[in-house]
Design a binder for this molecule. Structure first.
Ligand code: ZN
Ligand code: ZN
Length: 384
């Protein structure tokens, strides 16, 4: 059945029957009805130091590395969402901000919101949009996080210690990027997630990072352990005795594996390895087994065990030799120092040909060929 044309009772415009809302065209209906309502005069508290904001008693802190403009827009979105809702006559579908319209004053923010929704009595359920000017009351204060920072409050120190300046630099980079990453994933609700200070500790030769939260510090150390195989020693000091729980300051001493490329590691089970890549990946370190000639990835914790010996590459007594003959079970070389012939009984001869120059090392009275080609390849990749 064809719908007959009808007329709006207000303006007399001809519309289809199912376009009339209670006898009116949608334009006339809108003049006396709304699909949304503004619940209360919205209020927000904003930190004048970091732009953290508080709505209904809950603080949201700016996420690390995030643009302040984005953060404020989020604040306005949140406050508008809590202030605008459906009216009894309609359903609110969306709220948008006209970014150009934002005006920031001393005690208010003025913004134009674009709201969209439907009227319940509209048979066609057409989505209508409307622009609403809203004034948000603003109080500028200092947020709890900035208050902690101003007072110099901290719960934990992460102490980075390493055997060489370059290792310390690596460790510092790992630590800072891990802190930033964890602060971002932990969201923006904790007033204690901040770096208070990064200080050089000249006396102990290291870097100390002061953190607002021990929970954050512990999460950072766990990640450093899992990813880079560092060793972490946690200790705490009583600061204040309290009946409802004593207050402690926590210290996390963090050390990277004290190995460099080319070092020889002798494990407790007498397995001997050459370090091919000193920077661990996913908690494992890239090693060359001197007995089998195989390349392995071993968990870093194996190198932290008691009884592990680390022989530093530059301190190894190396003999420069030339390969005379290679067979599956023996290798004969000539010492380039005194031209004597040496037979090496190790099966691990890898990619070696007659005429090659090799380095021999003696460990526990056994001669081994160092994997120079693998070491060069690793070093080359690092530079490139
Ligand atoms: Zn009308
Ligand atoms: Zn603040």
């Amino acid at each position: 059945m064809e719908l007959k044309g009808m007329f709006c009772a207000e303006c007399g415009k001809e519309v289809k029957r199912d376009q009339l809302i209670k006898g009116l065209c949608i334009d006339c209906y809108r003049k006396s009805h709304t699909f949304f309502k503004i619940k209360r005069k919205p209020e927000i508290e904003i930190c004048r130091l970091c732009y953290a904001y508080q709505i209904h008693g809950k603080w949201t802190f700016p996420s690390y590395g995030r643009d302040y403009g984005d953060h404020l827009e989020m604040a306005i979105r949140e406050i508008l969402t809590s202030a605008i809702s459906s009216s009894p006559e309609g359903s609110l579908f969306f709220i948008d901000i006209d970014k150009e319209s934002m005006v920031f004053g001393n005690k208010m923010i003025r913004v134009t919101a674009i709201v969209g929704g439907i009227f319940k009595d509209d048979p066609q359920r057409r989505i209508v949009e409307e622009k609403v000017d809203i004034e948000i009351k603003v109080k500028f204060t200092v947020c709890p996080r900035c208050t902690h920072i101003q007072r110099g409050t901290f719960e934990a120190i992460i102490q980075l210690r390493a055997v060489s300046p370059s290792k310390l630099k690596d460790l510092q980079n790992w630590a800072i990027s891990t802190i930033e990453k964890i602060m971002m994933t932990r969201g923006m609700k904790s007033s204690k997630d901040y770096i208070l200070e990064i200080k050089e500790n000249k006396r102990e030769g290291g870097i100390d990072i002061y953190l607002g939260s021990v929970v954050l510090a512990r999460a950072v150390c766990q990640e450093l352990k899992n990813k880079y195989g560092v060793k972490v020693i946690e200790s705490r000091k009583l600061v204040k005795k309290r009946p409802d729980g004593n207050i402690y300051k926590y210290t996390f001493s963090v050390r990277p594996l004290p190995v460099e490329r080319g070092d020889v590691v002798v494990l407790g089970n007498n397995k001997k390895y050459v370090v091919l890549e000193p920077t661990p990946a996913r908690g494992k370190i890239h090693l060359y087994d001197l007995d089998t000639g195989k390349v392995e990835n071993l968990p870093c914790e194996n190198l932290w065990r008691r009884g592990v010996q680390i022989l530093h590459g530059p301190h190894l007594q190396k003999k420069k030799c030339m390969v005379v003959s290679v067979s599956p079970d023996s290798l004969i070389v000539m010492d380039l120092n005194d031209y004597s012939t040496i037979e090496v009984g190790t099966p691990a001869i890898g990619d070696i040909r007659e005429g090659d120059t090799v380095d021999l090392v003696k460990i526990d009275d056994t001669l081994y060929v160092l994997p120079n080609k693998l070491l060069e390849k690793k070093a080359g990749r690092k530079i490139a």
